[in-house]
Design a protein around this ligand. Structure first.
Ligand code: F6R
Length: 237
């Protein structure tokens, strides 16, 4: 597993955006796995800037988002909306090439993903070590499924909603096995609330830390700021 540590989220996001842009340039019809949440927002901003500066086109790119809430109150609370407003509305991606898991038939998503083959999967990580919405103790063999959010995740995600009562309690998410099918995986983590999850991930496979499944993959890079990397430095000293 590769680890890149930078001082700021800006620097990390710039590096990740550059990597995505270079993939899209060498393989214009590449398949990207995308995440929502605070972690990738700046990456998306830099992709939009590059598109507007005519440095890259997403015309033939396909995307598969990691997850979507179920029974959200308003469209504004959905991850569809999040992606539209942080990326899709501002680049030339074809609407038909955008994919989200369907809670009515989650397993179809795995079939579609295996057929398309994700070239690069972008991940954030929860404070409890979740990736996608695969919460602690999810089977490492899980495929796209409907899941119940933990209290911690509901609390963490409340900042995106009017009140904590509005945070949906269920979501449909790519499974851990689905995520591992990507050819390359990039995980971004910033801030001290992610340091425990990162240090647990690096201690090896442990079902109580879903992200630790990444130890099984041969092409993973963690992009961390100093705060998220704090404990790994201590472990290495
Ligand atoms: C989002 C997702 C989640 C987030 C994680 C971190 O699509 O799958 O696993 O990546 O909850 O969220 P942020 O980036 O908001 O700290």
């Amino acid at each position: 597993m590769e680890i890149t540590v930078e001082k700021s989220k800006e620097e990390l996001s710039r590096l990740i955006a550059d990597e995505i842009i270079s993939l899209v340039k060498t393989k214009p019809s590449c398949v990207l796995g995308l995440a929502t949440g605070s972690s990738p927002i700046l990456v998306y901003k830099y992709l939009i800037e590059a598109y507007k500066a005519k440095k890259v086109s997403f015309k033939h790119v396909k995307t598969f988002n990691l997850d979507e809430y179920i029974n959200y109150k308003e469209y504004k609370d959905s991850y569809h909306y999040f992606m539209d407003h942080n990326l899709f509305d501002y680049i030339d991606l074809e609407r038909n090439n955008i994919h989200f898991p369907n809670p009515e038939k989650p397993e179809e998503y795995d079939k579609d993903i295996l057929k398309a083959g994700i070239d690069l999967q972008l991940l954030g990580i929860g404070a409890d070590g979740h990736i996608g919405f695969n919460e602690p103790n999810t089977s490492f063999d899980s495929i796209t499924n409907i899941t119940t959010l933990t209290k911690q995740t509901i609390k963490d995600n409340a900042r995106f909603f009017k009140s904590i009562e509005d945070v949906p309690t269920h979501a449909v998410t790519m499974g851990l096995k689905t995520i591992l099918s990507a050819k390359e995986i990039i995980l971004i983590a910033t801030g001290s609330n992610k340091k425990d999850a990162i240090s647990k991930l690096l201690k090896g496979e442990d079902i109580s830390c879903p992200a630790s499944i990444l130890n099984r993959h041969s092409n993973v890079t963690l992009y961390l700021d100093n705060e998220a990397a704090k404990d790994i430095h201590q472990n290495n000293n």
